[in-house]
Design a protein around this ligand. Structure first.
Ligand SMILES: NC(=O)C1=CN([C@@H]2O[C@H](COP(=O)(O)OP(=O)(O)OC[C@H]3O[C@@H](n4cnc5c(N)ncnc54)[C@H](O)[C@@H]3O)[C@@H](O)[C@H]2O)[C@H](O)CC1
Length: 455
């Protein structure tokens, strides 16, 4: 997994390093020059313009300029604080104006259609949050050093950075502030089905869907099945319609259904509760009883999160006493319900603080999803895309995580692996018109490919 380190932490790592700054800059600049040559597809006859600022980012760019000249590239360097009226023509612009030390108020020049290679971060992109300033260029590639920064993965970061290259310049990272989840990690986390498997061994209990919202139960159930649950029993309170044929259809009344759910919950390995349950007072009461008394790991999603938020004592009070893992899956609005405030730009901090106050694993949904668990390094999943922003995809994610919990994967990894395969599933779908059920259909192939790949 790629390490993610905040800019402040990276500064501390730099300060503590025995490698002199000049040497770090020499290594950084050489890496930028190599990336530029790859981007140009050669050196002969190529022209590069370096926009170099007054700090270390500019110094990286000036070293790159020297290296490129040594390789025969025609290089012009312009001072970011003294830009000429007309920029020299070039095949590639290297943005070495400002990096993590940028404080705003400077405009990157208009370079038209010339591709931009950014050093560390495109100038104006906040390396801590990914929020771009008004003139931040859209780089085709960004070369950063030693570790990715949160700004590369959140908010405007991915669109402004282009392809991200993380180069080792010889700094020891003492600890990562987060890790970017990749296929190798998820493959490593997935257990093999034991030869003595039986259908109750990885059984998932689902409470989802109500009259008019029956799709939520269906999607969570089929997702859990396709993510490897050996058996799924589903209840959609008050619904008088068949569950998917392979699932156990546990019909429960619209009120006080918690007794029926808790009755034989010990036979299951996880409980998914919340999708499409509605927000009635009696529903809140049943959800809370389940959260208090459920003896298995659980995923609380959608209206289940609403129920937590409307508990008079507050959600932390219900959750901290649970002795088995809990995964909360809020989007920003649900996070706001739970905490009284939507997450701000620092999404790592937002997810971590909710995890710390509740003791739960928090999966904060977004274009880059954050998974935080007390005592664990936060995980970031950026496998999905905007096609996931459609009705029912959250129900699918909850079902997948329920299955992974039932397969005995620890909650932190189950949540991140769930988000990762959810993202891979959408990558296999059509570019337009994707519906949540399409993701479910892709899951067996996603798992098969993940397990088959060498790495
Ligand atoms: N471990 C690493 O990742 C390394 C990264 N390196 C590079 O160093 C920069 C950060 O360097 P720093 O000098 O701290 O910051 P900047 O170069 O971004 O600029 C600071 C410089 O600029 C002035 N300034 C800031 N904003 C403005 C503005 N709007 N107008 C005018 N002047 C401004 C500020 O006053 C300072 O003088 C990092 O991004 C990497 O590229 C090194 O290679 C070492 C290892």
């Amino acid at each position: 997994m790629i390490q993610v380190v905040t800019p402040q932490h990276m500064q501390a790592i730099d300060d503590a390093s025995e490698v002199p700054l000049d040497e770090l800059i020499a290594r950084a600049g050489a890496a930028v020059a190599r990336a530029a040559i790859r981007q140009l597809g050669g050196t002969y006859g190529r022209r590069v313009l370096v926009v170099a600022g007054p700090g270390n980012n500019g110094a990286d760019g000036r070293v790159a300029a020297t290296r490129l000249r040594e390789r025969g590239v025609r290089v012009a360097v312009v001072d970011a604080l003294d830009l000429p009226e007309r920029l020299p023509r070039a095949d590639l612009v290297i943005d070495a104006a400002f990096g993590t030390g940028f404080r705003g108020g400077w405009q990157f020049p208009d370079v038209g259609a010339t591709p931009v290679l950014a050093v560390d971060v495109p100038t104006g992109l906040d390396a801590a949050t990914g929020v771009a300033g008004p003139s931040t260029p859209h780089a085709v590639r960004t070369v950063t050093f030693q570790a990715a920064k949160p700004g590369h993965v959140f908010a405007d970061g991915p669109a402004r950075c282009g392809d991200l290259e993380v180069v080792d310049i010889g700094l020891g990272v003492d600890r990562a502030d987060a890790l970017l989840v990749d296929a190798a990690a998820v493959r490593h986390w997935l257990p093999h089905r034991p030869t003595d498997a039986h259908k109750w061994r990885e059984a998932v209990r689902i409470v989802a869907g109500t009259p008019g919202m029956t799709g939520a139960g269906h999607l969570a159930t089929t997702a859990a099945q396709r993510a490897g649950a050996s058996l799924v029993a589903v209840s959609s309170p008050g619904v008088d319609a068949d569950a998917p044929v392979e699932a156990l259809d546990r019909r429960v009344p619209g009120f006080d259904w918690y007794t029926a759910v808790l009755d034989d919950l010990h036979r299951f390995r996880s409980l998914v509760i919340g999708p499409g349950l509605g927000r009635e007072e009696h529903t809140v009461a049943s959800v809370l009883r389940c959260v208090e008394d459920a003896v298995v790991p659980m995923v609380i999603d959608g209206d289940g999160l609403f129920a937590l938020a409307w508990n008079e004592a507050g959600s932390p009070a219900v959750l901290v006493d649970r002795e088995v893992p809990t995964v909360l899956t809020p989007h920003d609005g649900e996070y706001g319900l739970l905490t009284g405030r939507r997450p701000d730009d620092d999404r790592l901090a937002a997810a971590t603080s909710l995890a710390d106050t509740t003791g739960a694993t928090v999966l904060l949904k977004g274009p880059a999803t954050v998974v935080a668990t007390p005592g664990e390094v936060p995980l970031i999943v950026d496998a999905g895309d905007e096609r996931l922003a459609t009705a029912g995809t959250g129900d699918v994610l909850a079902g997948i995580i329920g299955a992974l919990l039932a397969r005995q994967i620890p909650a932190h990894r189950a949540a991140a692996a769930g988000a990762f395969v959810h993202g891979l599933a959408v990558q296999r779908c059509a570019s337009v018109g994707v519906i949540a059920g399409d993701l479910v259909e892709q899951l067996p192939a996603v798992f098969t490919d993940l397990l088959a790949t060498d790495a």
